[in-house]
Structure formats: structure tokens, C-alpha cells
Design a protein around this ligand. Structure first.
Ligand code: NAD
Length: 504
């Protein structure tokens, strides 16, 4: 196989990335596939971050005057670039984030999907007309751009999350400034280069409309603190969201927070066992447990528990673990620190009375520098200890339940609230689960696992997951400000609520 560094250099070249000399403060990028160094990337100095935000601010003032459907044309062109370079960008994501080819390509497809969605949306940014109590008056809502939207993203979806934010923010008339994960700057450089190409083809977009700032948390903090960034959309751990959210709240700026999940599924007595097994296996082991929507807790009804667990153990024992670029289903963890956190969680589970199956490091020939693990199944006596936390690795805690209300209560009884699922063929159980009395998560599925959302719906979660919504439905409203306008087309001035104030 051609060395990954060499492949990466070719991919970057084809995607239009011209790397500058890394200079003093270089970021060394490694592939989690085998630990190989891919290249050094220059990082952004503080003063560059400040001037980038100023430039984006100037661009936003011009961009907001471009009609929204015309702004949509830019995103249509971005979608074309993504379609043309899907294979290369997907491969780059696979190398840099350690995903299988189908998952790397799937992430780019998600970008294409949000571009299509945003193009249509650019003709649908609508407000209400509302009945007014005053004669010869009209009341309506109008939606306006915010200005500069800051985007902070995580390593595990290095390109899709940016596109969810970028496509909506841009058609809504904002400029964007992106601080990607320091673990995946190459995919970010590639996205930025593709958007630059779309901007060149677009022709007359203002300079500085899209900015990319490579660096660590200190650059994210600049976005969180800068008075010319009225909205920051931040995706990552709950610890990061807590820090960023407090900084934004301190200056009354807006936040879209997309944070950690601790997602659960319930397998009921009437569940289709084959469908449930496939749904659980993909949600728990896919992307090596490194999706925010990864299934981490499983409640199985006592009457079907033992049989289901046996089948699950067999699936876990037989899943192919190895180089994701060769199509293995379970690829590597992102780095050594992720492996240590996984082992610490498994130790804590044992201490709490859990029985652990799997979880050990697996040696892969030719990928000795990568951190591959057998996904872990942990039989737990109850929802205690590490079960209450998100460990960003493939660990599935399995517990029994007797009564659906008890299972739903346990499912909800964690600090996080991102995704949830029930496997059942009982209409009452399914409806209960999605009712007011059911799952408290932002995503509640029936006969589908917790992961693998599509862009048409709003994406996000409750409680410590942050409460933000991105992507489809009316998530666009988060990128705009609403004004209520009342217009008097009569010749008198009736006051609301019958108030009189006669002067002169
Ligand atoms: P992370 O929190 O370590 O980093 C995420 C981003 O935040 C990075 O760009 C990082 O540089 C930046 N950052 C970290 N601390 C910061 C601070 N104090 N101020 C400003 N910026 C800061 O997360 P990660 O390890 O890259 O990603 C995994 C986490 O992301 C998991 O918890 C996962 O559940 C979560 N995630 C959530 C979603 C979602 O939509 N809910 C999607 C993907 C990932």
C-alpha cells in the first residue's frame, strides 16, 4: 500500500490545498489508522484569528444585502464541488479520522445532502403574518442575518458538522469562521479549499466570507469571547460546551451547543430479534463507538434478555476489526488517550460489579501504531458508575428490565439527552416511547438504532447535550434574528390594549 502520508499529499493537492510552510507552531497530524505522521500544518496566531474575525465581519455586512436565493447559488456550487470531489474528500476523512471508506464517503454525502436542503431553503426563509387588534395595521415577523457565525467542531465528524453549519449560516446571510478539531485539520483545509473554489465560480461574494483558523482551544476561546461573533455553534464534549457556553452567556451571545451523548435503546419482548440485533450492533460498534449518537446503554426485557445477549456476544466476537481503509467494520480509536479512557471505564465497571466481555487492544499487522480494540459488552447489575458517563469508545452496558415505565425512567435518568431508541412491535409501547411521557432525548427512534440521523430533521439533544439544533427542519432559525414589525397604514394611531395617550 502507498504510504498514507504520500496518499494524503496527493489527495490534498487534488482538492486544491496548498500547504504553507508549517513554521514554528506546527501541528503534527497523524493517522489513527497506523499512527503514521501525515504532515505538519501551520497553526493560526492569535492576531491572525482577530484579523480573520474582523474580515468576516466586514464580509457579513456586504453578504446580508445579497438576496437569499442568490446566496443559495453559492451553496449549490459548493454542492457541485463536493459531488465532483466526493471520492477524494471521503478518502481523506477515512485516513485522517480512521473511518471505513463507506463511512468516509457517507460523511461527504451528508454534506451534499445539506447543500441541497439549504439551496431549497434559501427560497423559504419565511416569517409569519399575525392578526393585529388594531385597525389598518399589519403585524409580521422578519428574519435577518446575525453577522459572523463561529463554528467549533470535533474530530469524529470532521467535515459533515462544518457543512451543516456552513450551508445554513451562509444562506441565512452570515459569514463563517471555523475552528476545526486539532486532530483533523487536513479535512478542514480541504473543505475550505472546495468552498474557495465555489466562491471563485460564484464571482462576486465579498472577500473574507469564510475563514479557517487551525489551532487548539485558545482559538476556540477567541471565537467564544469576540464581540463581533454573535453566535458560536460548538460541537464536542460536554466539558468544552460548558466552558464555551459560559463565555458566550457572559456577553449575551448565542450558542448552538452539540455535546456528548449517553444514548440508550430498549429491546422489548415483541421486538423483531434480527432487526434489533442489527440495529444495536451498528449503533454500538460502528465508527468504533466514536459517534455522539453511539449506543452506550441497552435495556433488554428479562424475558428475552439471555437469548438476545448470547446473539449479541456472538456478533461482538465475530465483527471484523482492522484497517478501516480495507473495509473492516471496526477501525481504530482516535489516539492513545482514548484507549486509556476506555480501559479506565472498563476497570470502573468491573469495580461496580460488571462483567466485561472484550475491550482489549487488538494488534493489526501493518497498523501497529493504531489503537484497535475489540468492542466491549459489559453486563451491569444496574445503572451505576461509568454507565452514567459518556466514554468515547465502543463500550455497551447491558441491563435487564421488567417494566417499560421503569426502562424509560432509567433511560432518561442520565445527565445527557441526545439519542434513544426502542425496538418493539407493540404499538402502545412505541407510542409511549415517543410521547410526553417517553424518551427525554432530542432524538427518539422506533425500530432504528440511535445513530445515523439524516439531514431533513433537526439534530441535537437535551440536558448536558446542550440543547442546540442543527441541520434540517427549522434549525435555520438559530442562525438568524427575528424582528416583529407592526405597520400602520391608517391615519390614526390606536394604541394596543385600549391605552389612550392624547396629547396636543
Ligand atoms: P472536544 O471537546 O475535545 O473538542 C471539540 C472542539 O472543541 C475542538 O475543536 C477543540 O479544540 C475545541 N475546544 C475544546 N475545549 C475548548 C474550550 N475550552 N474553548 C473553546 N474550544 C474548545 O471533543 P472531541 O474529542 O473532538 O469530540 C468528541 C466529543 O464530541 C464527544 O463528547 C462527542 O459526543 C461530541 N460530539 C457531539 C456531537 C453532537 O452533535 N452532539 C457531534 C460530534 C461529537
Amino acid at each position: 500500500m502507498v504510504a498514507l502520508a504520500e496518499q494524503t499529499a496527493e489527495l490534498l493537492h487534488g482538492l486544491g490545498v496548498r500547504l504553507e510552510s508549517p513554521g514554528q507552531h506546527a501541528l503534527t497530524v497523524r493517522s489513527p489508522v497506523n499512527g503514521e505522521m501525515l504532515c505538519d500544518v501551520p497553526t493560526c496566531a492569535m492576531e491572525t484569528a482577530f484579523s480573520a474575525i474582523e474580515a468576516a465581519h466586514r464580509a457579513a455586512i456586504a453578504w446580508r444585502r445579497v438576496p437569499a436565493p442568490k446566496r443559495g447559488e453559492l451553496i449549490r456550487l459548493l454542492g457541485e464541488e463536493l459531488r465532483a470531489h466526493k471520492a477524494a474528500l471521503g478518502r481523506l476523512v477515512s485516513i485522517e479520522a480512521g473511518k471505513s471508506p463507506s463511512e468516509g464517503l457517507g460523511e461527504v454525502q451528508e454534506m451534499i445532502d445539506i447543500c441541497d436542503f439549504a439551496v431549497g431553503l434559501s427560497r423559504q426563509l419565511h416569517g409569519l403574518t399575525i392578526a393585529t387588534e388594531r385597525p389598518d395595521h399589519r403585524m409580521m415577523e422578519t428574519w435577518h442575518p446575525l453577522g459572523v457565525v463561529g463554528i467549533i467542531s470535533a474530530f469524529n465528524f470532521p467535515v459533515a458538522v462544518w457543512s451543516w453549519n456552513a450551508a445554513l449560516a451562509l444562506i441565512c446571510g452570515n459569514a463563517i469562521v471555523w475552528k476545526p478539531s486539532e486532530k483533523t485539520p487536513l479535512s478542514a483545509l480541504a473543505c475550505h479549499a472546495l468552498l474557495e473554489r465555489a466562491l471563485t465560480r460564484f464571482g462576486d461574494a465579498p472577500d473574507g466570507l469564510s475563514q479557517l483558523l487551525i489551532g487548539g482551544r485558545e482559538i476556540g476561546e477567541v471565537l467564544a469571547d469576540h464581540p463581533k461573533v454573535p453566535l458560536v455553534s460548538a460541537t464536542g464534549s460536554t466539558a468544552m460546551g460548558r466552558a464555551v457556553g459560559q463565555r458566550l452567556a457572559a456577553r449575551f451571545a448565542r450558542a448552538i451547543l452539540e455535546l456528548g451523548g449517553n444514548n440508550a435503546a430498549i429491546v422489548t419482548p415483541t421486538a423483531d430479534p434480527d432487526l434489533a440485533l442489527r440495529g444495536v450492533a451498528f449503533a454500538a460498534m460502528g465508527t468504533a463507538g466514536q459517534r455522539c449518537t453511539t449506543l452506550r446503554r441497552l435495556f433488554v426485557h428479562r424475558s428475552v434478555h439471555d437469548g438476545f445477549l448470547e446473539r449479541l456476544k456472538a456478533a461482538y466476537a465475530s465483527v471484523s476489526i482492522g484497517n478501516p481503509l480495507d473495509g473492516h467494520l471496526v477501525g481504530p480509536l482516535i489516539d492513545a488517550a482514548a484507549f486509556s479512557r476506555m480501559q479506565a471505564a472498563l476497570d470502573a465497571a468491573r469495580t461496580a460489579g460488571g462483567t466485561v466481555h472484550g475491550g482489549e487492544r487488538v494488534g493489526i499487522a501493518g497498523c501497529e501504531g493504531g489503537y484497535y480494540v475489540r468492542p466491549a459488552l459489559v453486563e451491569m447489575p444496574g445503572q451505576i458508575g461509568p454507565v452514567l458517563e459518556e466514554t468515547f469508545a465502543p463500550i455497551l452496558y447491558v441491563m435487564r428490565y421488567d417494566d417499560l415505565h421503569e426502562a424509560i425512567a432509567l433511560q432518561n435518568d442520565v445527565p445527557q439527552g441526545l439519542s434513544s431508541a426502542i425496538f418493539t412491535n407493540d404499538l402502545r409501547e412505541a407510542e409511549r416511547f415517543v410521547s410526553d411521557d417517553g424518551s427525554d432525548c432530542g432524538i427518539a427512534n422506533v425500530n432504528i438504532g440511535t445513530s445515523g440521523a439524516e439531514i431533513g430533521g433537526a439534530f441535537g439533544g437535551e440536558k448536558e447535550t446542550g440543547g442546540g439544533r442543527e441541520s434540517g427542519s427549522d434549525a435555520w432559525k438559530g442562525y438568524m434574528r427575528r424582528a416583529t414589525n407592526t405597520i400602520n397604514y391608517g391615519s390614526t394611531l390606536p394604541l394596543a390594549q385600549g391605552v389612550s395617550f392624547d396629547v396636543g
